[in-house]
Design a protein around this ligand. Structure first.
Ligand code: URA
Length: 213
């Protein structure tokens, strides 16, 4: 754990690192960017679900009867922090097709960088599910902290945060406010700039996913 954050897992698999380099490049087109986010979301989903509980069920192979493991309990709930979180949903859902999905709309006030909520819709039984919050960029951490505050207000007790990139400031904010929430990322970058962007980063994830700039 080179970075020293006990709440942080950096997935340094060569495939994810290779794709991240393409994602960062300003030459990457919108359609390639979306495809890369989806592919990286597959790998992040794979890692973040490592500890899903299993139970043995009895099945018959063509050769024998066997007790074999299947995921047990209620299906997880993915929560996308709008709008960039939606870019990760398709990939995550391909690995977790039975997951429920919630959305939390937050925008950053450009002056204060504080999150302002404009939308909140989650499954009514979310308190009984493991929740995986998807937000590509953990920058100041303000949005992720606010979203997880709201989820905990709804009774959620098991939350994980999955991001493409994080800044140390965001990981620290999560550690201070939600030390029980593990954070999984493809890379921990150097810092935030004066506008709250991650450096070197990849720019504005929402704009790059949706081609709005
Ligand atoms: N949000 C983004 O989309 N990019 C950043 O670098 C920081 C926050």
């Amino acid at each position: 754990m080179k970075h020293g954050f006990p709440n942080l897992t950096v997935i340094d698999h060569p495939l994810i690192q290779h794709k991240l380099t393409h994602l960062r490049s300003e030459e990457t087109t919108t359609d390639a960017f979306r495809r890369l986010v989806k592919e990286m979301s597959h790998m992040l989903a794979y890692e973040v679900t490592r500890d899903l509980p299993l139970e043995n069920v009895r099945i018959r192979t063509p050769l024998a009867e066997v007790a074999a493991p299947m995921i047990s309990g209620k299906k997880p709930c993915l929560v996308s922090i709008l709008r960039a979180g939606n870019g990760m949903l398709d990939g995550m859902l391909e690995l977790l097709p039975a997951a429920k999905v919630g959305h939390i709309g937050l925008y950053r006030d450009p002056a204060t960088l504080e999150p302002v909520e404009y939308y909140f819709k989650v499954p009514s039984d979310i308190a009984n599910r493991m929740v995986i919050v998807c937000d590509p960029m953990l920058a100041t951490g303000n949005s992720a902290v606010a979203a997880i505050n709201r989820l905990k207000d709804h009774g959620v007790t098991t939350v994980k945060l999955v991001c493409l990139l994080a800044a140390p400031e965001g990981v620290r904010a999560m550690l201070e406010r939600h030390p029980d929430v593990p954070v999984t990322v493809a890379a921990l970058d150097d810092k935030l700039n004066d506008h709250g962007y991650i450096v070197p980063g990849l720019g504005d994830a929402g704009d790059r996913i949706f081609g709005t700039r």
